[in-house]
Ligand binder design. Sequence first.
Ligand SMILES: Cc1ncc(COP(=O)(O)O)c(C=O)c1O
Length: 359
Amino acid sequence: MHKKLLIPGPTEVSQEILQEQVRHLIGHRGKAFSDLYRGIKSKLTNFFRLPDEYNPTVTTSSGTLWFDIVGRSIVKENALVCVNGAFSSRFAQTIKNCGKKVDLVEVDWGKAVKTRMIADKLESKKYDTVVMCHNESSTGVRNPIYEIGDFIRREYPKIIFAVDSVSSMAGDKILPAEIGCDVIFASSQKCFALPPGLCISLVSDRAIKRAVCVSNRGSYTDLVKIFEFEKKHQTPFTPNISLMYALDKRMDLLLKETYDQVIGRHIKMAKYTRDWAKKYFELFPEIGFESVTLTCIKNTRKKNIDELIAKLAKKGFLISNGYGKLKEKTFRIGHMGEWSINEIKKVLAIIDDIWELEK
Ligand SMILES: Cc1ncc(COP(=O)(O)O)c(C=O)c1O
């Protein structure tokens, strides 16, 4: 039996989207592909309200490629990386692995990074890049990127601000021009509700200009090369064309639903899940910094989470245990992509029954 995915990615993919991938392939250097790709980029531009100085691009990769692209093509010498969970920690390590110097703004798992913490660091040393994760899927914490972006733009206009929005873009409000970020990216298997294998990125002209003066950019990680090919509406290397068909369809569906409705639906699902969690447990993230696309719940009743996951799987749904060191201490419910409030209510009611929470 198929178990519907309420894990923090991959999320559930509809048959309508899956079917897009069985279409015949086309050559990626021909007009048909350029037309398809140009269409996708125009839909991304509309959906994310991108002004002229922002450029969408789609790489055939999971989201982590962009940790390397930032490390290789964006950071010149010194990066300040905000770390508050497993993915931001991996981002910091990746930039180090690319041979760049990294300092951290590090807070405990469950806490958010605040503007004043970044301000203190930026005052004490020169950094060319600030990096952070918007939505830490390991902890369910949502960092205040709008406030931080605004601060960086006003006080340090030369700094490039790169954001991992892997598990929030197309679910939470991500408007790069309002955030003031230069690079922001998301994996296809999260809020875009597609199979894994594509990374959707929104990149400012400033970031591309920066990349031009960074050496040793590699090949797959060369941002300059990526945008040279963008001019022809192509990708430097063979893209996953089948997934591009699926992304094209997804953008049609998102545009039809409209940006505000998509975000509103995610907010409703998050609010309902949080209220449910607070009734019986506690939320893991610091108050006011909870993710809109996944809820991380403290296991205050010392329930057996693995057992719940197995029982729920028999009813046809999959949720996640806590990430890494948070296993059994927390559990996570993803509410991203095509899920609706009624489906979320139904799944939470099943958990109520399994654990007899109402008794
Ligand atoms: C916040 C965040 N960043 C990065 C990643 C890594 O993305 P991918 O597995 O698509 O490389 C994930 C994956 O779960 C994530 O949740």
